[in-house]
Design a protein around this ligand. Structure first.
Ligand code: NDP
Length: 489
């Protein structure tokens, strides 16, 4: 497999790049080698995207042609679903069945954006008798897309599909930890016949490749998904030409469970909310808030089921939860578990790296839950991004809302109750962009995805996600030009 950079329609080997080992997190074995791009490579990719955009061959392609190409990418992704899912599993560690869902979603995302660009996207109105105002959307230009490791293909595709559909050219920087499916996607682009320079791929370190995208005056927009701390550096770097930034960041999302709900159902969703993806999901329900009267029963049932989750490698069909993405990230998660205990919280289950036969070389951590937690503890306030949840008690609706909103994040949140009025009341007061009533993690391309507060700026997906990659222009047309004589002759 070709693991090179893709610049101006050609595969390209970085000359002075650092070699990188890509590791299978299920067993620590090296599965691929890549070579990091350096500053010159990023510059070449940016210039390719710049001249392609300025020549207008992509932005001015008819929407029908653009849509056909994007549809073709979707078909080709689907044809390679098994291969792509296998690679995603090897690289990220997720169970194969989850990887297959991601790849199917990636194909569907291209189809979604390919279809909505065939709809009209402007507005007209008459602000004065002889004045016609037309508002149009135009592509922004060169978009730098910086992607994390938790959904390596899908997070890239959310950005790529929308940016291309809107008529932009792109430079993609995947996570250095999980670049494999991005390379496969660019093989698909190469076979689909995009004009040279429209799509470009540069692998490498965030502080070099990502930073260059953020700093370059030839990049018009940066769209980033990742950690809140990284973004502070990106925003500083992006301030040079005041480029647009669109940010999907972390979360510490509350899952509020009232006593009138069915405990079995609430436990079922709470497990899914936190342990799906081994908790490495920005919208993970990492704080469970339970009404006092059912707290003990809920914790008992939650712990009983969490302790039964089958943790293992993604290629085992029995596996329900895979490893963490890297040794470094596992260490971060284990550090948080230690910090939680030092802060005085009590482990209700889990808390350890798994060393069972066959798992000892991988980065497996037990499904973990903390009780006896206080709102100001770091494990309640900070994003752990692993299979670690805190379970807090509340006495009434007011306290539930106060605890739910009591972090710097505002990405997602859920409420479980059989009282319809209460469900609405509570959800309306939750400061988060993605919310659920009696469910969790449901997500469709038709709805905008993004957060309040420090969870992000802007939205992905939906028509709003397409608009994010465009500029608005008003065109005012005078239907009866006449002298205005603002100044005397
Ligand atoms: P980062 O935020 O560091 O990584 C996300 C992407 O940004 C990667 O492609 C990374 O490159 C790149 N990047 C890193 N530094 C810079 C920079 N200075 N300029 C431009 N791009 C940069 O995530 P981490 O992997 O370090 O994870 C840290 C924490 O972030 C996690 O523990 C979790 O809390 C959160 N996170 C949230 C995600 C989400 O979906 N909201 C996804 C991933 C992480 P590279 O890593 O290749 O060097």
């Amino acid at each position: 497999m070709n693991l090179n950079l893709y610049i101006k329609g050609k595969w390209h080997t970085p000359t002075n790049g650092q070699n990188r080992e890509i590791v299978n997190p299920a067993n620590g074995e090296v599965i691929f080698h890549t070579v990091d791009g350096n500053k010159d490579d990023v510059q070449a990719a940016i210039q390719a995207a710049r001249s392609s955009f300025d020549q207008r061959d992509w932005p001015e392609m008819t929407s029908a042609q653009r849509s056909r190409l994007l549809m073709e990418v979707a078909d080709r992704i689907e044809k390679q679903l098994d291969t792509l899912a296998e690679l995603e599993m090897l690289d990220n560690g997720k169970p194969l069945h989850e990887a297959k869902i991601d790849v199917q979603d990636a194909a569907d995302c291209f189809r979604y954006y390919a279809s909505i660009i065939r709809k009209s996207n402007g507005k007209t109105f008459n602000p004065a008798p002889n004045l016609e105002t037309v508002v149009v959307r135009e592509p922004i230009g060169v978009c730098g897309l910086i992607v994390p490791w938790n959904f390596p293909l899908l997070m890239g595709v959310w950005k790529i599909a929308a940016a291309l559909a809107a008529g932009n050219t792109i430079v993609l920087k995947p996570s250095e930890v999980t670049p494999i499916t991005a390379v496969k996607l660019f093989e698909i682009f190469a076979d689909t016949g995009f004009p040279a320079g429209v799509v470009n791929l540069v692998m490498g370190e965030g502080k070099i490749v990502g930073n260059e995208l953020a700093i370059s005056h030839d990049v018009d927009m940066v769209s980033f998904t990742g950690g809140t701390e990284t973004v502070r550096q990106i925003m500083k770097a992006a301030s040079g030409n005041l480029k647009k930034v669109s940010l999907e960041l972390g979360g510490k999302s509350p899952n509020i469970i009232f006593a009138d709900t069915d405990i079995e159902l609430a436990v079922d969703y709470a497990l899914y909310g936190i342990y799906y993806g081994a908790g490495q999901i920005c919208s993970a329900a990492s704080r469970i808030l339970v009404e006092e009267s059912i707290y003990d029963a809920f914790v008992d049932r939650f712990v009983a089921r969490a302790s039964k989750i089958t943790v293992g490698p993604g290629n085992n069909p029995d596996t329900e939860m895979g490893p963490l993405v890297s040794e470094e990230h596992m260490q971060k998660v284990l550090d948080y578990i230690r910090i939680g205990q030092e802060e005085g919280a009590r482990l209700a289950c889990g808390g350890n790296r798994l060393r069972n036969t066959g798992l000892s070389a991988g980065y497996f951590v037990e499904p973990t839950a903390f009780i006896d937690v206080e709102q100001n503890m770091r494990i309640v306030q900070e994003e752990v991004f692993g299979p670690v949840v805190t379970i807090q008690k509340f006495t009434d609706e007011t306290e539930a809302i106060e605890l739910a909103n009591g972090t710097r994040y505002g990405l997602a949140g859920a409420v479980f109750t059989n009282d319809g009025n209460r469900a609405w009341r509570v959800i309306k007061k939750i400061k988060a962009g993605i919310t659920w009533i009696n469910t969790y993690h449901e997500n469709y391309y038709e709805a905008p995805w993004g957060g309040y507060k420090e969870s992000g700026i802007g939205r992905s997906l939906s028509e709003t996600g397409l608009d994010e990659f465009s500029e608005l222009k008003q065109i005012n047309i005078n239907l009866q030009p006449d002298m205005i004589n603002w100044f005397r002759e």
